[in-house]
Design a protein around this ligand. Structure first.
Ligand SMILES: NC(=O)c1ccc[n+]([C@@H]2O[C@H](COP(=O)([O-])OP(=O)(O)OC[C@H]3O[C@@H](n4cnc5c(N)ncnc54)[C@H](OP(=O)(O)O)[C@@H]3O)[C@@H](O)[C@H]2O)c1
Length: 302
C-alpha cells in the first residue's frame, strides 16, 4: 500500500533544484557533471579527495564537497538541501551494498524528490560479481519510496581512450577479451545526454532503462579504425595474466583485479550485449555509432 503518493509524483516544488552527483571526479562523473552544467543545472559534486575539488570547480559546479560514500555522516551532509541525486557508485568496490544503503537512507532522511542510479548492464548476472552486487542496491531502490530511475549502462566506447596513442603507434587495438565477443558499447556523451533528459523529466520516474549502444566486436572496431584513421589496425586479445600483471603495476587493488579476472572470461564467452532501442527513444535519435565516435575522437586529437 503506497502511503504518500507525492513521492511518486515529484510534487515537492519548494526545495532548491540543486542536483547532487556522486563520484563526480571519475570518468563518468565528469561527463555527467559537464552535461548537467552545460544544460544550466546547479550541481553539487561529491568527490573523494581534496585534490579533485579544483577540477570540479573548473567544470562549473555550484558546490563541491569531499566525502566517502561508505560513511553515512558524509553522505547525509552531501544530500542536505538537495532536490535530486544522480548516484554514481565507485567502480568495483567491496562496499557496493553499504554505499548504496547509505545514499538511499540519506535521501529518505533528506526527503530528496528524485533519485537516478547510474547502474550497469545485466545486474542479473551472478558470474559478474560487481554487477550482481549492484542488483541488491537496485532492489533496495525499488523499495525506498523515492521516485527513482535506474539506468543500466553498457561499457563505454571511451574505455579505449587511455590506449589510443599506443594503438596509433602499434596498429593494434588490444583488450583483454575475445576479439569476436559482442559488446553493446555506448558513447559516454550519449549516456550524459540521456542522464540530463531523465533528470529533467519526472515522467521517467519508476523506470529501469538499458542504456546500450549498437553491438560491435573488437575485430569490427579494428576494421572501422583502419578505415577512418587510414592506418592498418588489427584486433588482439591481451592474455588475462598479462592484463592483471599490468593492472597491478598501475596500482589496481586486489578486489578490482579479482573482479576483472572474472569479468574478462565472462566477456570471452558471452560478451555484454543489451538493446540500443531504449537509448534511441530517450535521445530521440539513433545512439552514436562507433564510426562516428572514432571520427569525433580523431578530430579532437588533430
Ligand atoms: N567504465 C565503464 O565502461 C562503465 C560503464 C557503465 C557503468 N559504469 C559505472 O560507472 C561508475 C563509475 O565508473 P568510472 O569508470 O567512471 O570510474 P572511475 O573513473 O574510477 O571513477 C570512480 C570515482 O569514484 C570515486 N570513489 C571511489 N570510492 C569512493 C568512495 N568510497 N566514496 C566516494 N567516492 C569514491 C573515485 O574517487 P578517486 O578519484 O578519489 O579515487 C573516482 O573519482 C561505476 O559504478 C561503474 O560501474 C562504468
Amino acid at each position: 500500500m503506497v502511503k504518500d503518493v507525492t513521492v511518486f509524483l515529484n510534487l515537492n516544488r519548494k526545495r532548491p533544484k540543486m542536483i547532487l552527483v556522486t563520484c563526480a571526479a571519475g570518468k563518468t562523473g565528469k561527463a555527467i557533471v559537464g552535461a548537467l552544467v552545460g544544460a544550466g543545472y546547479p550541481v553539487r559534486a561529491m568527490v573523494r579527495t581534496e585534490k579533485s575539488l579544483e577540477s570540479l570547480k573548473k567544470l562549473g559546479v555550484k558546490e563541491a564537497l569531499v566525502g566517502n560514500l561508505a560513511l553515512f555522516e558524509d553522505v547525509l551532509r552531501a544530500t542536505e538541501n538537495i532536490c535530486s541525486v544522480y548516484y554514481i557508485a565507485p567502480n568495483m568496490d567491496p562496499n557496493e551494498r553499504l554505499n548504496g544503503k547509505n545514499i538511499i537512507t540519506a535521501c529518505q532522511a533528506q526527503k530528496v524528490s528524485r533519485f537516478v542510479f547510474h547502474s550497469v548492464l545485466h545486474t542479473q548476472v551472478e558470474a559478474l560479481p560487481h554487477h550482481w552486487e549492484r542488483h541488491f542496491v537496485e532492489q533496495s531502490i525499488l523499495n525506498a519510496k523515492i521516485p527513482f530511475t535506474i539506468l543500466q549502462v553498457g561499457s563505454y566506447m571511451q574505455n579505449m581512450l587511455p590506449a589510443w596513442g599506443q594503438m596509433l603507434e602499434t596498429g593494434i587495438h588490444r583488450m583483454a577479451y575475445d576479439v569476436d565477443a559482442p559488446m553493446s558499447l555506448v558513447d559516454l556523451d550519449d549516456v550524459s545526454e540521456a542522464a540530463v533528459k531523465v533528470l529533467a523529466d519526472a515522467s521517467y520516474a519508476n523506470g529501469i532503462f538499458e542504456i546500450a549502444g549498437p553491438i560491435i566486436s573488437l575485430k569490427q572496431k579494428a576494421q572501422i579504425l583502419s578505415e577512418v584513421l587510414k592506418i592498418e589496425v588489427s584486433a588482439e586479445k591481451e592474455a588475462l595474466e598479462d592484463f592483471l600483471r599490468h593492472g597491478k603495476s598501475l596500482g589496481f587493488n586486489d578486489f578490482t583485479l579479482s573482479m576483472m579476472s572474472k569479468m574478462f572470461p565472462y566477456y570471452d564467452e558471452n560478451g555484454l550485449v543489451g538493446c540500443d532501442k531504449t537509448l534511441g527513444w530517450i535521445l530521440g535519435r539513433s545512439p552514436t555509432s562507433f564510426e562516428a565516435f572514432v571520427r569525433r575522437t580523431a578530430a579532437s586529437f588533430s
